[in-house]
Design a protein around this ligand. Structure first.
Ligand code: IPE
Ligand code: IPE
Ligand code: MG
Length: 258
C-alpha cells in the first residue's frame, strides 16, 4: 500500500463502511479494453481505499469482491477474478501487516477452489494479530446464501435441543450470520451508478445509509470516500423514530431496539 496521499479528517468517521465495487467491466469497455483490464485496475482501487479507510480510523471495511451469482459469468472471467483476488491479497499481505490491517473473508467457501481457499486462509492467519482496520472481503458471498445457512444452523440447534423455536429472535439469528460480531454498516457505497444491492448484506443494511456513485470502481478514490463520509455526517438517522426523538437519542448516542 504505497500512495502519496495521507488522509486525516477533523470530523467523526463511522465504524463500518461496506462497498459494492461495481463498474470494472464498463470502465474497461469504455476504453476499448477487455473486461479483465478493469478488474486489474480495480485492484489498485482496493489498495487506495483500504489505505484511506485505515488512515481515517475506520474500524471495519467490507468489500464485495465476488458474489454467488458471479459464478455464472464466463469461466474465463471467473478464473481471472479468482486469480486476481488471491494474488493481490498475497502481494498486499506484508503491507496489510505493516498498516495493522486485519483481513477476514466471508462467503460460501465450498464453491471456492481449494488451493485459492488455502492461500486466502494463510493471509487471514498472517494478519490475525493486527488491531487496526478490519478488512472483510466478501468472496463467493450472497446474502440469501448467508441467511439460508443461518437458518439451517438454527434448525440443527433446535433438533439437537439446544434452542427452542420460540427462543429464536433477531439476536440469535444474527449470531449465525457470517458477519456476527461485526457492527452493521453505517454506510453502503455502490460505485457504477446502479441503484440496487445485488444480494449484499441484506440483513445487515436494514438501517444503513446508502450512497451510489456514478464513478466506476477503478476511478473511485479516498477523496470520494471522504466526501461521502462528510455527506453521511449531515444525514439524520432516525431508526423509525420521529426527527425529534432521533435528535434526543443522538445526544445520548444509544439506539432503539426492534
Ligand atoms: C465489478 O465490476 C466486479 C465484480 C462484480 C466481480 P463488474 O465486472 O460487475 O463491472 P460491470 O458492472 O460489468 O461494469
Ligand atoms: C455486484 O456487482 C457484485 C460485486 C460487486 C462483487 P454485479 O455486477 O455482480 O451486480 P449486478 O449483476 O449488476 O446486479
Ligand atoms: Mg457489475
Amino acid at each position: 500500500m504505497t500512495t502519496s496521499k495521507t488522509y486525516t479528517v477533523n470530523f467523526p468517521v463511522p465504524a463500518h463502511i461496506a462497498m459494492i465495487m461495481d463498474g470494472n467491466g464498463r470502465w474497461a469497455r469504455e476504453r476499448g479494453l477487455e473486461r479483465a483490464a478493469g478488474h486489474v485496475e480495480g485492484v489498485n482501487t482496493v489498495r487506495r481505499v483500504t489505505e484511506a479507510a485505515s488512515q481515517l480510523g475506520i474500524k471495519y471495511l467490507t468489500l464485495y469482491a465476488f458474489s454467488t451469482e458471479n459464478w455464472n459469468r464466463p469461466r474465463e472471467e471467473v478464473n481471472i477474478l479468482m486469480h486476481l483476488i488471491v494474488t493481490a491479497i498475497e502481494r498486499e499481505t506484508p503491507d496489510l501487516i505493516k498498516n495493522n490491517v486485519r483481513l477476514s473473508v466471508i462467503g460460501d467457501y465450498s464453491r471456492v477452489p481449494a488451493d485459492t481457499m488455502t492461500r486466502l486462509n494463510q493471509c487471514v492467519a498472517d494478519t490475525a494479530h493486527c488491531t487496526g482496520l478490519n478488512l472483510i472481503l466478501a468472496i463467493s458471498y450472497s446474502s440469501r446464501w448467508e441467511i439460508v445457512e443461518a437458518s439451517r444452523r438454527l434448525a440443527v440447534l433446535a433438533v439437537e435441543g439446544k434452542i427452542t423455536p420460540e427462543s429464536i429472535d433477531a439476536d440469535i439469528l444474527e449470531k449465525q450470520l457470517a458477519t456476527t460480531g461485526i457492527p452493521d454498516p453505517d454506510i453502503l457505497i455502490r460505485t457504477g451508478g446502479d441503484m440496487r444491492v445485488s444480494n449484499f448484506l441484506l440483513w445487515q443494511i436494514a438501517y444503513t445509509e446508502l450512497f451510489v456513485t456514478q464513478t466506476y470502481w477503478p476511478d473511485f478514490d479516498g477523496d470520494q470516500l471522504v466526501d461521502i463520509i462528510k455527506q453521511f455526517n449531515t444525514r439524520q438517522r432516525r431508526f423509525g423514530l420521529t426527527g425529534e426523538q432521533a435528535e434526543a437519542l443522538n445526544n445520548t448516542s444509544s439506539r432503539p431496539s426492534s
